[in-house]
Design a protein around this ligand. Structure first.
Ligand code: PMP
Length: 404
């Protein structure tokens, strides 16, 4: 099996941690950044320091042009129809808060239901709980089965005329499960609900197509697709965005302000108050180019091969309990070692230069569902090599010896 030949693009992989080469297996938390992304951010700060949409001078126009090109790249990335449907946010979390405070605020009445699942990240729970509390709406959770897949029978029973919003994760950061969201969204739309997709994890491994997925809204973060932190994308169907009120007020989102009133710009500007994260947006543009140059076929193939190797190597470890064995899954291996706390296992792996995440992964309802405090999570990406996986396997054996 061959690793993808692009490790040299990621400078962080050259770091030596405690005299050992870094084995970075925490890509679900954030991916490493390739040189073209780093260079785009540097170039923007060094030579493109100007505000956008002010139109007063050469560099201002140049930067505005480049900025809007990234919006077009984002449109192509999710196969949206109209560039006005792409909104720059700080990330998945801000996208969800924006939706809760605009869509939720204008469409929820007492007794209405918001349907989530037990495997949602807190960023797809808490914003809805907050607005539900204000509006007297009810948040319901599709149960998760023992293998880490959604209980689809229950899901279809829970969708009714009371359901106003269905917001689901595409690929679980804690389990790796890929959910059949298109089918659930079709049922939700037939019942008259709005559909929201958390694509934070799927964006780096699956080609996204908002039409085929049947989502009215979709959110993801730049930093999980090899881009900078502090930048993300919210897609929304134009006619829905057009009917929503602004999220925040300020410069760049108004058409006219008077002492006694204000009118707002159409989307996307209506939802982009203030000076945007310009350098980060340039980095995100380079990240889209980077992913497109590799292609999703290769990304998926690599991720599957790496996962198969990890599964084969870890399968025989006695007392290893895998959490998340659904048939359709990707790039995340979550587990526990019998009799040990996940953070102790994580610390032993870290001592060996293997960086994983140990904890609840911002999915406390899911951990409660499985009756566990958390898991140890190894997550893979395009730069993960066979040697990285073998280092993980060796380190887990060592942790087991030390802890038993
Ligand atoms: N949803 C999922 C599935 C995630 O994995 C994450 C990040 N761990 C988020 C939402 C939140 O993303 P961010 O912190 O970039 O806003």
């Amino acid at each position: 099996m061959k690793s993808l030949d692009l490790r040299a693009d990621f400078p962080q992989l050259k770091r030596i941690i405690r005299d050992k080469r870094l084995v970075y297996l925490d890509s679900a938390a954030t991916t490493l950044k390739p040189l073209p992304v780093i260079e785009a951010v540097r170039e923007s700060m060094a030579f493109g320091a100007s505000n956008v949409h002010r139109g007063a001078h050469f560099i201002g126009d140049e930067v505005t042009g480049r900025f809007e090109k990234v919006r077009e790249k984002a449109r192509r990335f999710v196969n949206a129809a109209n560039v006005g449907e792409m909104i720059f946010t700080r990330g998945t979390t801000e996208g969800m808060n924006l939706l809760a405070q605009t869509l939720g605020r204008t469409h929820l009445a007492p007794g209405d239901e918001i349907l989530l699942s037990q495997m949602e990240h807190h960023s797809n729970i808490v914003p809805w709980q907050m607005i539900a509390g204000e509006k007297g709406a009810v948040v319901r959770f599709i149960p998760v089965l023992d293998d880490g897949s959604l209980d689809l029978e229950a899901a279809y029973k829970m969708i009714s005329s009371k359901t106003k919003i269905v917001s689901l994760v595409h690929l679980s950061n804690a389990l790796g499960t890929i959910n059949p969201v298109a089918e659930i969204f079709a049922a939700a739309k037939a019942a008259g609900a709005f559909t929201v997709l958390d694509a934070a994890q799927s964006a780096s491994v699956m080609r996204l197509d908002v039409g085929a997925l049947g989502c009215d809204f979709l959110v993801f973060s730049g930093h999980k697709i090899f881009g900078p932190t502090g930048i993300g994308i919210l897609y929304g169907r134009f006619e829905l965005l057009e009917a929503l009120p602004p999220y925040q007020g300020g410069g760049s989102m108004i058409s006219e302000v008077r002492e006694n009133g204000v009118t707002f710009l159409p989307p996307p500007n209506r939802f982009e108050a203030g000076t945007p994260a310009i350098a980060e947006i340039m980095g995100l543009g380079a990240a889209f180019d980077y992913v497109n140059a590799i292609g999703f076929e290769k990304l998926e193939q690599h991720s599957t091969q790496i996962m198969l190797r990890a599964e084969a190597g870890l399968r025989d470890i006695q007392g290893l309990r895998r959490i998340g064995t659904a048939a359709h899954r990707s790039h995340v291996f979550s587990f526990l070692l019998a009799g040990s706390h996940p953070s102790d296992v994580g610390a032993i792996l870290d001592e060996q230069g293997v960086a994983v995440r140990a904890g609840h992964h911002c999915c406390q309802p899911l951990m409660r569902r499985f009756g566990i405090p958390g898991t140890v999570r190894a997550s893979f990406s395009i730069y993960t090599s066979v040697e990285d996986v073998d280092a993980l396997i060796g380190a887990v054996y060592k942790a087991k010896d030390l802890l038993s």
